[in-house]
Design a protein around this ligand. Structure first.
Ligand code: BG6
Ligand code: MG
Length: 217
């Protein structure tokens, strides 16, 4: 049976995905090129350093490590400016309702985000005490699509991968959950998240009972 739900943060709980995109776009523009929303799909769920590598390759740029570190820091400063004004008003529609159903169903919860800013964001939106386990970018060595962030979450909760459902908005995150042996719910477009076991536009469009039934576990 399913015992735990593992949630990505950016784009699932809160709409920070747009702020990551805006900050990366600003950085690309300063470097003399642009990144489209379509290209940005590849960046979702990917770590800060891996994202920068993808962006530089997209702009045909090769830079020394020191300069790359500066650029990553610059992007993060812009990102932090954008998120500094966030509050519980920024929690995505349907999240509060879905979590109350999760509690009633006696399921465990973990956050599985590769963001090093995840604890800060959870504080800002008042959700730091909601999860039974928090795995973020500071606790892992491999970002999505590697399954580490989710397998660590399952381990910390004391459950098996096939007892977990993963909720993800990113192609890399869906792949991470699948590689981890979990049932994966994609939140977004079925074209983009074709690898997921179930796809819905957002948590607002799902109930816990429906997810449990569709998981068939
Ligand atoms: C993921 C986002 O949650 O975290 C990515 O989807 C982001 O866009 C990654 O690059 C790393 O985030 P941070 O906050 O550590 O730069
Ligand atoms: Mg995400």
């Amino acid at each position: 049976p399913i015992k735990a739900f593992l949630f990505d943060l950016d784009g699932v709980i809160v709409d920070t995905a747009i702020y990551h995109y805006q900050a990366w776009k600003r950085l690309a523009n300063e470097l003399g090129f642009d990144i489209s929303e379509e290209f940005n799909e590849q960046l979702k769920g990917v770590s800060r350093t891996d994202s920068l590598d993808l962006i530089l390759a997209h702009g045909n740029l090769t830079l020394p490590d020191e300069e790359k570190a500066q650029l990553a820091t610059q992007k993060n400063e812009w990102y932090l400016e954008l998120v500094s004004r966030m509050s519980s008003d920024d929690i995505l529609p349907g999240v509060a309702q879905f979590f109350s159903q999760v509690r009633k169903a006696n399921l465990q919860t973990a956050l599985g985000s590769v963001s090093k800013n995840a604890p800060l964001i959870l504080e800002r939106i008042g959700m730091i005490d909601v999860f039974d386990a928090i795995i973020d970018g500071n606790k892992i060595s491999k970002g999505k699509p590697d399954p580490e962030v989710f397998t660590k979450g399952a381990a910390e909760l004391g459950v098996q991968p096939d007892e977990c459902v993963v909720f993800e908005d990113a192609v890399a995150g869906v792949e991470a959950g699948k590689r981890g042996g979990m049932f994966v719910v994609g939140l977004g477009s079925p074209d983009v998240l074709a690898q997921a076991d179930l796809v819905a536009p957002s948590l607002q469009d799902l109930t816990v009972d429906e997810v449990l039934a569709k998981s068939g576990r």
